[in-house]
Design a protein around this ligand. Structure first.
Ligand SMILES: [Zn+2]
Length: 393
């Protein structure tokens, strides 16, 4: 259970005064930021540009976007200068305004605007559950503005990107195509074109999928990625939505090769979905035994007795200098107790045990979480762990 592991490892917490609004503790922030560093590297390589848009915007914007009509029950509102404002439940309108900030030529498309956007959505109190169902979360969102002839290629790119992310963690997944819901906006023709656009992309990639009738977003159909964790449970995380509506509502255009002004098509997509929920899933998937690049503490030096104090301190400093997240346990405790705490509560990938034998031979004993111990020099260990962190294995 990620709530128990989260407590053991001091990753996150909840308070009664903020039901469904998680607090991230220092260790949880390390996991989160390591995940986001990976996400940023990957998105930069794939031609995305990052933006941030406001959390609170005027109600009139949400009327234009259609959220006020179709999503009001899930939105929190506030009043500023006697006017109604909404706390964003989705990042789309902010991205749209960013796109519309200046004119665009067909040559600039596709334009991929990524946003780690924190959204708030009202969920009933009884449905809240750890990090799995919260009222405030950060989406690893992106909105892609493109020409009609770019749909298939761009969807294929997004599918590949999401595949890369899930493979990284050893998740398998299956795809579902969700079609037009009852409460939706737009013409039948646009819905059909968008749905066929997604179908054609999946078929040209030779990817099997099932159809989930009527479960699309109110502005367009979507492909859902359901990932399977090591316990065999499935989670809907990634989505790719194809949207012809929002560009109409906001009157978006670009300048084409004939100097005309057609509308771009939009993709809304997430890989992790909610960062909070994805961290909850990863926590359970790995049972808290995060890969070394994500682990809050990557190595812990355990000093067997006072006789090895000086050498333990030296090894600890060496790891610290190599920018390893390392701690030193030099308490006057039995080594068995120190190992149990590091291995089973803190779930540290590497325990570096320093006793008299290690002092004599100038080596370190490296113990892993599956209780295997190998002897090597401190330099060899630094090289090994640094490579693992760099490669994110
Ligand atoms: Zn969106």
């Amino acid at each position: 259970d990620h709530r128990k592991i989260g407590k053991d490892m001091k990753l996150f917490m909840f308070e009664d005064v903020a039901p469904g609004f998680p607090f991230f503790l220092p260790n949880g922030m390390i996991v989160r930021n390591s995940l986001l560093d990976y996400w940023r590297d990957l998105h930069r390589e794939n031609g995305y540009q990052e933006i941030v848009t406001p959390l609170i915007m005027n109600r009139s914007l949400w009327e234009t976007s259609g959220h006020w009509d179709h999503y009001k029950d899930n939105m929190y509102t506030t009043v500023i200068d006697d006017e109604d404002f909404c706390i964003k439940p989705m990042n789309c309108p902010g991205s749209v305004l960013t796109y519309a900030n200046e004119p665009h030529s067909y040559r600039e498309l596709p334009m991929r605007l990524a946003e780690l956007g924190t959204v708030h959505r009202h969920e009933l109190k009884g449905t809240l559950h750890g990090l799995f169902r919260v009222r405030s979360f950060t989406q690893d969102d992106a909105h892609i503005f493109m020409r009609r002839d770019q749909i298939a290629e761009e969807i294929a790119r997004v599918v590949n990107l999401i595949d890369t992310v899930y493979s990284k963690f050893g998740f398998e997944y299956f795809l579902e195509l969700s079609t037009r819901p009852e409460d939706s906006m737009g013409s039948d023709e646009d819905w059909e074109a968008a749905t066929n656009g997604l179908k054609n992309a999946l078929e040209s990639l030779n990817l099997p999928y099932t159809i989930n009738e009527g479960d699309g977003a109110f502005y367009g159909p979507k492909i859902d990625f359901h990932l399977r964790d090591c316990l065999g449970r499935t989670w809907q995380c990634g989505t790719i939505q194809l949207d012809f509506q929002m560009p109409i509502n906001f009157d978006l255009t670009y300048v084409d090769e004939n100097d005309e002004r057609p509308r771009p098509i939009m993709i809304h997509r997430v890989c992790f979905g909610s960062i909070e929920r994805f961290i909850g899933i990863l926590t359970e998937h790995f049972a808290g035994r995060f890969p070394v690049w994500l682990a809050p503490m990557q190595a812990k030096v355990l000093q067997v007795s006072q006789k090895s104090a000086e050498y333990a301190e030296k090894v600890y400093q060496m790891l610290k200098d190599a920018k390893i997240r390392v701690e030193l346990d030099n308490r006057n405790e039995k080594i068995g107790y120190m190992i149990r705490q590091a291995q089973y509560t803190e779930r540290v990938p590497y325990m570096i045990i320093i006793g008299e034998k290690e002092v004599e031979t100038g080596t370190v004993s490296v113990r892993t979480r599956d209780s295997k111990t190998v002897s090597m020099t401190a330099e060899e260990f630094v090289e090994k762990i640094t490579a693992e962190i760099r490669e994110r294995v």
